[in-house]
Design a protein around this ligand. Structure first.
Ligand code: ADP
Length: 379
């Protein structure tokens, strides 16, 4: 099948056409600055998501498309797997807008633009939250009054689920284990970062919560902090918008080191800059604590898996994290850790108590495969 994968953000639209049999990318592109026309529409014709899809249509040319798979950030409590999109599903995604105000409205715009342009094409929604629908209640509940959950849906949802699921299946394959018997910990370390505890192939805990802000130190997000800090800042006169910006866009590696790019942070630390060294120490310590906690949650991990931009490429950051897990018997093979490769690989030493892997993620491939699977079952 030839699947058009759409990842629609508020001002950008990423697309890929994948052949799911040949496991091949036939076409890909990125349209940016949607609706941000400066000096009138003439200087930027991409006025909205429908205009962006006209550009995608032109790029497709004669290429056959059998179905469209959308990355949808928030599936709330309803969606635990990919679904075929109809009007009712679109409205259900739209009703989740308050939980993901930056993302879900853009996803809905993308879905509607496709329905208008190619009404006969099956569309599938693949949710970032879906893989985490198996979290037990003791892991997803916050210890706050139940009314906040019942009235506002305030609970932990988790994100990056498509990646965590894909990577854990690949890791199980690599180790020669059936997916249903994989107990492990997956660290997805990109600009956003999260770590997931996987027991018998299912997500049982994950570091992102109500929003992607909870958990690890990220490029520009703080991760965990004492919620009283927000109250304190509110009393100091910070607006909700300012606090949101502060914690989501001005914190993390950027706040600690001056850069949100791991390559620059590692380089600066290597040349002796103390702020960068501290940033690496804070981020690797936070992640190592989570891995230790999730080792307990899964009853003893059979593998630790690194993925995404930092997880796949930063041997330095991986080494810092694994060094902090020596108490669990984890030992890296430093030569294997230094190898640059696009393939799944083992980076732990033979005497490591638990194997450590690097497994490249591919969310577009996972979305294309889920879409093809669902559409072919239904037709
Ligand atoms: P996104 O969450 O936007 O998909 P990515 O998965 O692409 O992000 O990860 C981006 C992060 O990966 C950045 O911090 C970047 O510095 C880091 N990264 C990419 N390549 C390397 C590399 N060769 N060495 C170290 N870090 C890298």
């Amino acid at each position: 099948m030839q699947i058009l994968v759409i990842n629609s953000g508020s001002s950008s639209l990423k697309y890929q056409v994948r052949d799911t049999q040949a496991e091949e990318v036939l076409l890909e592109g990125l349209i940016e600055r949607i609706g941000q026309a400066e000096g009138g529409a003439a200087s930027n014709p991409v006025t909205d998501h429908a205009a962006a899809l006209e550009l995608v249509g032109a790029a497709l040319g004669e290429l056959r498309i059998d179905a469209v798979g959308h990355r949808v950030v928030h599936g709330g409590e309803r969606f635990s797997e990919p679904v075929l999109i109809d009007h009712e599903v679109t409205r259900a995604i739209e009703r989740l807008n308050p939980l993901a105000p930056l993302h879900n409205p853009a996803n809905v715009l993308g879905i509607r633009a496709i329905s208008a342009k190619w009404p006969e094409l099956p569309q599938v929604a693949v949710f970032d939250t879906a893989f985490h629908r198996t979290l037990p209640e003791y892991a997803w509940r916050y210890a706050i009054p139940a009314e906040l959950y019942e009235r506002h849906g305030i609970r932990r949802y988790g994100f990056h689920g498509t990646s965590h699921e894909f990577v854990s299946r690949q890791a199980a394959d690599f180790l020669g284990l059936p997916g249903q018997s994989f107990d492990g910990v997956v660290a997805h370390l990109g600009n956003g970062a999260s770590v997931t505890a996987i027991k018998a192939g299912l997500s049982i805990d994950t570091s992102m919560g109500f929003t992607p802000l909870e958990g690890l130190v990220m490029g520009t997000r703080s991760g965990d902090l004492d919620p009283s800090i927000l109250v304190f800042l509110g009393r100091q006169g910070y607006s909700a918008e300012q606090i949101d910006d502060l914690l989501n866009r001005e914190s993390g590696l950027l706040a600690l080191s001056g850069s949100n790019d791991m390559r620059s942070v590692v380089e600066a630390a290597g040349s002796g800059q103390q702020a960068a060294q501290l940033a690496l120490a804070v981020a690797s310590y936070r992640l190592a604590k989570y891995i230790g906690a999730y080792h307990v949650a899964v009853g003893g991990m059979k593998a630790l898996v690194f993925t995404a931009g930092i997880g796949e490429n930063s041997a330095e950051f991986r080494a810092l994290v694994v060094a902090k897990l020596a108490a669990l018997g984890l030992v890296l093979d430093s030569a294997a850790n230094a190898v640059r490769s696009k393939a799944a690989r083992l980076i732990s030493a033979v005497d490591s108590a638990i194997p450590v892997l690097v497994v490249p993620t591919d969310e577009e491939r996972a979305i294309a495969e889920a879409t093809a699977g669902l559409v072919s079952r239904l037709s």
